[in-house]
Design a protein around this ligand. Structure first.
Ligand code: NAD
Ligand code: TYD
Length: 337
């Protein structure tokens, strides 16, 4: 039995990971450490909350006393660090919490991992650490780190610390850098769920700039299967890019959502561009494909449909979210400028 500390397991990707992994294997015991920020939601885990191979601890990864206690109590030898502040727009409004959680928090986990002689530490990173592409080219693992937003800079800094612990202390680490995820349970501040929910409520769809910024979209389960593979078999000290070769301009996605929900394009509203907005991300995932045999399994057209369907069928999940603190976020981000 592998005792795995999963951090940030109540967020979008982490909860999809835990739900998927506990259903598909019985050789993992998961300790989920999550601060339950605005983005963390225990409802995401209700299907597995009483699983005998699962326990939840509410806490902050920057709290080294708590982190050390958990490593000791659960004899943690494996770590998957999903916990982060993850939204670019929020990082532009205020960077401090991004530095605290993403950089200091990762450092606390690294120190504890060194002390307790962890056998594998997987850092969940992002393609955004590579910066922005022009019209052509792809991010490979050799692309120089060149982050632009406070969010991506904090993720790049944590990656550097993870690599430094490998080089300096021989800590057995691996890093994954994935492109933009979509799927069930995503907090409606990110493009796809925001546009789905606004469409459903006949609210305007705020398009930044000319709407032609490109992201490379991957279904969250494809990401999580890649995470499982890198966690099991990735070579220590290595970085693995993860992406499904599915580049799309934002406007195309928004129009597809409108079509799917049978609404008209008059809902589209061009708004002021995001400051420092990265133009294009696109991933070369040759390394994980050739070394570990990973392949994306979900096609965008059907997986986006499945995602929209999920939001239609889980109205109470998102109604609870958008009735709380979300309203003041929305007001500040979209209505007060
Ligand atoms: P999310 O914002 O949905 O979830 C983050 C989770 O971390 C939440 O449950 C939150 O409560 C928890 N958390 C935040 N601060 C914490 C702290 N100090 N201590 C403990 N828990 C804390 O994010 P997500 O979209 O699920 O992203 C998960 C990871 O994947 C992040 O590291 C992110 O950088 C990375 N990533 C995300 C994407 C994407 O498209 N969403 C793409 C590539 C990489
Ligand atoms: P986002 O989901 O925030 O992911 P990231 O910036 O980390 O890639 O945004 C995806 C794209 O959608 C990005 O180009 C910004 C754009 N966008 C909008 O046009 N309007 C919005 O309201 C949001 C949230 C994003």
């Amino acid at each position: 039995m592998k005792k795995i500390l999963v951090t940030g397991g109540a967020g979008f990707i982490g909860s999809n990971f835990i739900n998927y992994i506990l259903k598909s294997r019985d050789d993992y015991f998961i300790v989920n450490l999550d601060k339950l920020t605005y983005a963390g939601n225990l409802e995401n885990l209700k299907e597995i909350e009483s699983n005998k191979n699962y326990t939840f601890i509410k806490g902050d990864i920057t709290n080294s006393e708590l982190v050390n206690y958990i490593y000791e109590k659960y004899k943690i030898k494996h770590v998957i660090n999903f916990a982060a502040e993850s939204h670019v727009d929020r990082s532009i409004s205020g960077s401090e919490i991004f530095f605290r959680t993403n950089v200091i928090g990762t450092n606390v986990l690294l120190e504890a991992s060194r002390r307790f002689e962890v056998e594998r530490f997987l850092q969940i990173s992002t393609d955004e650490v590579y910066g922005s592409l022009g019209a052509t080219g792809l991010f490979t693992e050799q692309t120089p780190i060149s982050p632009n937003s406070p969010y991506s800079a904090s993720k790049a800094a944590s990656d550097m610390m993870v690599q430094a612990f490998h080089h300096t202390y021989g800590l057995p680490i691996v890093i994954t850098r994935c492109s933009n995820n979509y799927g069930p349970l995503q907090f409606p501040e990110k493009l796809i769920p925001l546009m789905i929910l606004n469409t459903l409520q006949n609210k305007k769809l705020p398009v930044y700039g000319d709407g032609m910024n490109v992201r490379d979209w991957i279904y969250v389960i494809d990401h999580n299967k890649a995470v499982e593979l890198v966690f099991e078999k990735g070579r220590l000290g290595e970085v693995y890019n993860i992406g499904a070769s599915n580049e799309m301009p934002n406007l195309e996605i928004i129009k597809l959502i409108l079509q799917n929900l049978k609404k008209g394009e008059e809902l589209i509203q061009y708004v002021k561009d995001r400051p420092g907005h990265d133009r294009r991300y696109a991933i070369d995932s040759t390394k994980i494909q050739t070394e570990l045999g990973w392949r994306p399994e979900f096609q965008f057209d059907s997986a986006i449909q499945k995602t929209i369907e999920w939001y239609l069928q889980n109205k109470s999940w998102w109604e609870r979210i958008i009735s709380g603190e979300y309203q003041s976020y929305y007001q500040q981000q979209y209505l007060s400028k």
